[in-house]
Design a protein around this ligand. Structure first.
Ligand SMILES: Nc1ncnc2c1ncn2[C@@H]1O[C@H](COP(=O)(O)OP(=O)(O)O)[C@@H](O)[C@H]1O
Ligand SMILES: Cc1ncsc1CCOP(=O)(O)O
Ligand SMILES: [Mg+2]
Length: 262
């Protein structure tokens, strides 16, 4: 399904996200046509997930209380059959992040995981160059994403210069976007919430994730054209998320299916 269906549905996304990107994520979800609610209190996590169409779990600035809320919201999402997406921000950086992701992956059936290459590699114990919340783009990202999808049994959206969407069987690459996205904090985190919103739509989840990634990438290309730098790119990107059309996505999307000859 497409940006048009997303705007028609306007799904409510419960975000258990980090303090750096919370406001940007809420505004970005509004811009693209979804509704955000940000909440990390364990006392209401299950109830909030229960009234939502999708749940996003982002480990960017973790506390023990957040982790408790993430388990409660994720379990309720599974019980209610709504999508739940993990963004393993900076998981390579500390043992606490690794243990938290391991526990979340054991307890919750994630619909998808969206992360950069370093984060996806860490989840399957592969070495990859990463620093804090950032990752190198060097290496075979298609092979990495497919290995992660198979090992973790979920949809993987691996992003960077080239984005990869795979369920381990069907794989697509998307080469839209702009390096300016790496100069503004929270663009990966917002994409994870946007992916969650697209996964609430009817239809195939691989196709829906490809729509999310390509719509986001095309919107960023339209925004960067008249941006002087990261400061002006930021509001322009929110604007183009709200104005990008299905026609523009279809015209500019650089999406390819990966065909294996083995
Ligand atoms: N070098 C690049 N060129 C174009 N787009 C990029 C580049 N690096 C990242 N992106 C885009 O930035 C967005 C966030 O991805 P990424 O930077 O991998 O996430 P994170 O911020 O979690 O590390 C995605 O839409 C991705 O396609
Ligand atoms: C800088 C930073 N530190 C902890 S969370 C965070 C935001 C990361 O955002 P993104 O993964 O979208 O770059
Ligand atoms: Mg990130």
């Amino acid at each position: 399904m497409t940006i048009t269906a997303l705007r028609e549905k306007g799904p409510l996304i419960h975000n258990l996200t980090n303090e750096v990107v919370s406001n940007f994520t809420a505004n970005g979800l509004y811009a693209i046509g979804a509704s955000p609610v940000m909440s990390k209190a364990p006392e209401e996590a299950a109830d909030m997930a229960g009234i939502s169409d999708g749940v996003l779990i982002n480990i960017g600035t973790l506390t023990a209380s957040d982790v408790e809320a993430m388990h409660l919201a994720g379990r309720r999402a599974n019980e209610n059959g709504i999508p739940v997406v993990l963004d393993p921000v900076g998981v390579a950086a500390t043992a606490y992040r690794k243990e938290t992701c391991r526990d979340l992956l054991q307890a919750i059936s994630f619909t998808a995981i969206r992360g950069n290459a370093g984060e996806i590699a860490t989840l399957i114990d592969r070495p990859w160059e990463a620093r804090g919340v950032d990752s190198s783009d060097d290496g075979d990202v298609v092979e990495l994403a497919e290995a992660a999808a198979i090992k973790l049994g979920t949809l993987i959206i691996l992003t960077g210069k080239k984005d990869v969407v795979t369920d381990g069987t069907r794989t697509y690459t998307c080469e839209n976007g702009t390096p300016m996205l790496t100069k503004v904090t929270g663009t990966g985190c917002l994409l994870s919430s946007v992916v969650t919103a697209f996964l609430t739509l009817d239809g195939d989840r691989v196709d829906n994730a490809v729509s999310a990634v390509s719509t986001y990438g095309v919107a960023s290309e339209l925004a960067v054209d008249d941006a002087a730098g990261p400061g002006t790119f930021h509001p322009r990107f929110l604007d183009t998320l709200s104005t990008v059309t299905l026609e523009a996505v279809q015209q500019h999307a650089v999406v390819k299916e990966v065909v294996h000859n083995d």
